[in-house]
Ligand binder design. Structure first.
Ligand code: UD1
Ligand code: CA
Length: 453
């Protein structure tokens, strides 16, 4: 059976007071509409149709080929919005799910339940409802004696008695497609506003004696729709809790989950511990048995197992296993730290590979560099990689000892086993096992390398 979703996302979102279309505002690092589409993907069989209007260009650009789009111009109500999808879908689907782009907490499994209910329904439509004391301006559900839905009464036309009804229309429906296309032609234009309301299709079915089934949702939180930035913050917090709960159930420890912010795509292995004020963004992947934070920001970074990242900022980096960094270390794009690397306070690494066992204790900048294993980078070392026009590479061998405050003027190669004296300014390549000192540094003697293992 073919099940296709129509996602309504043409509304203006005036109350967001934003230049960005509402459905592109981010919730846990992904546009709101991404969350709606992933719920749809779990519960339908075909590529969805998104109805766009306000900010259409930006929304279409974001969607790419993840969805078909149809333009609703002007926006004449939820019924009118669904009408726009008819030509794209007629004859191509058995069931049509309708939901909103601004309800990012709605779960795929809830939509699945809705679809299953409609599959068993002899009538043409099933809908989601929620029972709550906080009506949020939603339409009230009026039931028939037999328990099926009779009508949906919008708040602004409801009688005082109807306003007391605690069962509300969520705005998500599953229709028999054939019936829907025909019913849309029969729904009346609202005389006051000149709009076409999808809710009137429900009333049509009921008037024709066709049963409308309702699935009462268990978790009212799923129905929070975003109309203002206050709702956006509510949704963000709820989604964050949901994400954190899932990670904890998968074996991640958080001593204060309310202070841990994890975006939707992040992966974390078991027995990793996330300390307070930790932010994990983008396509970050973290292995097992790590301790991240307190006070760390990690974006688009891969971390192996057994690492410690204390009060540090990592972006576009790779850490292998048992890396120990911070406090106050910074990794920028292309930083790659091998096994057992130690990086202490106030260091920065960019576009560089530090091989296994490199130690970089304090106050250094390493950029465009390859550093061999077990090399020690003394405090205050700088790779002077930029001459004002171009970046230049630095290559440092294994078991090198770079003395404190060494300036490595790139392009430069330092052979394995070499040493630089404190304060050296190195402008020429240094041969293996050679000690250089001074400014600019010149060779003064040949060394015998001690191999520490
Ligand atoms: C609608 C329902 C109401 C329900 C509520 C739940 C109708 C008439 N009323 O209310 O019963 O309780 O949702 O949130 O359907 N949209 C378009 N094109 C339009 C109009 C709306 O794409 O022409 C989209 C909006 O972008 C939004 C969604 O549809 O995502 C809902 O529209 P909104 O105006 O918020 O619906 P309400 O009238 O508040
Ligand atoms: Ca709304």
């Amino acid at each position: 059976m073919k099940v296709t979703a129509i996602l309504l996302a043409a509304g203006q979102g005036t109350r967001m007071k934003s230049d960005l279309p509402k459905v592109l505002h981010s919730v846990t690092g992904k546009p709101m509409i991404w969350h709606a589409l992933s719920a749809i993907q779990e519960s339908t069989t075909e590529k969805p149709v998104v109805v766009v209007g306000h900010g259409a260009e930006a929304v279409i650009k974001y969607l790419g080929d993840s969805a078909h789009t149809v333009l609703q111009e002007p926006q004449l109500g939820t019924g009118h919005a669904v009408m726009q999808a008819e030509s794209a879908l007629k004859g191509k689907t058995d069931l049509v799910v309708v939901c909103y782009g601004d309800m990012p907490l709605l779960r795929g499994e809830t939509l699945k339940k809705l679809v299953e209910t409609q599959q068993d329904n002899k009538g043409p439509v099933s809908m989601l409802t929620v029972v709550t004391d906080d009506p949020r301006g939603f339409g009230r559900i009026i039931r028939k004696k037999d328990g099926t839905v009779d009508a949906i009464v919008e708040e602004y036309v409801a009688t005082p008695e109807q306003l007391q009804v605690k069962e509300l229309n969520v705005g998500a429906y599953c229709f028999d497609a054939k019936w829907l296309w025909d019913a849309l032609k029969r729904i009346p234009k609202n005389p006051k506003k000149g709009e076409y309301y999808l809710t009137d299709a429900i009333e049509l079915a009921s008037k024709e004696g066709l049963p409308v089934q309702a699935v009462i949702m268990e978790d009212a939180e799923e129905t929070i729709g975003v109309n203002t930035r206050i709702h956006l913050a509510e949704v963000e917090i709820a989604m964050k809790r949901r994400i954190n709960r899932d990670h904890m159930l998968n074996g991640v420890t958080m001593i204060d989950p309310d202070s841990v912010y994890i975006e939707s795509d992040v992966k974390i292995g078991r027995d990793t511990m996330l300390m307070p004020n930790t932010y994990l963004h983008g396509k970050t992947e973290i292995g097992e048995g790590n301790v991240i934070g307190p006070n760390s920001i990690v974006r688009d970074t891969k971390i192996g197992n057994g690492c410690k990242v204390l009060a540090s900022v990592l972006e576009g980096a790779v850490l292998e296993n048992d890396v120990d960094m911070g406090p106050f270390a910074r990794l920028r794009k292309g930083a790659h730290l091998g096994n057992h690397v130690h990086m202490g306070n106030f260091g920065e690494v960019k576009d560089s590979h530090l091989a296994d066992g490199v130690k970089m204790g304090h106050f250094s900048y390493i950029g465009n560099a390859q550093i061999g294993s077990n090399t020690n980078i003394g405090a205050g070392t700088i790779t002077c990689n930029y001459d004002g026009e171009k970046k230049h590479p630095t290559e440092i061998g294994e078991d090198v000892f770079i003395g404190s405050d060494t300036m490595l003027v790139a392009p430069l190669k330092i052979g394995s086993g070499a040493r630089t004296g404190a304060g050296a300014i190195v402008t020429k390549n240094v041969a293996e096992d050679t000690l250089v000192v001074g400014m600019p540094a010149r060779a003064i003697k040949k060394l015998e390398r001690k191999i520490k293992k």
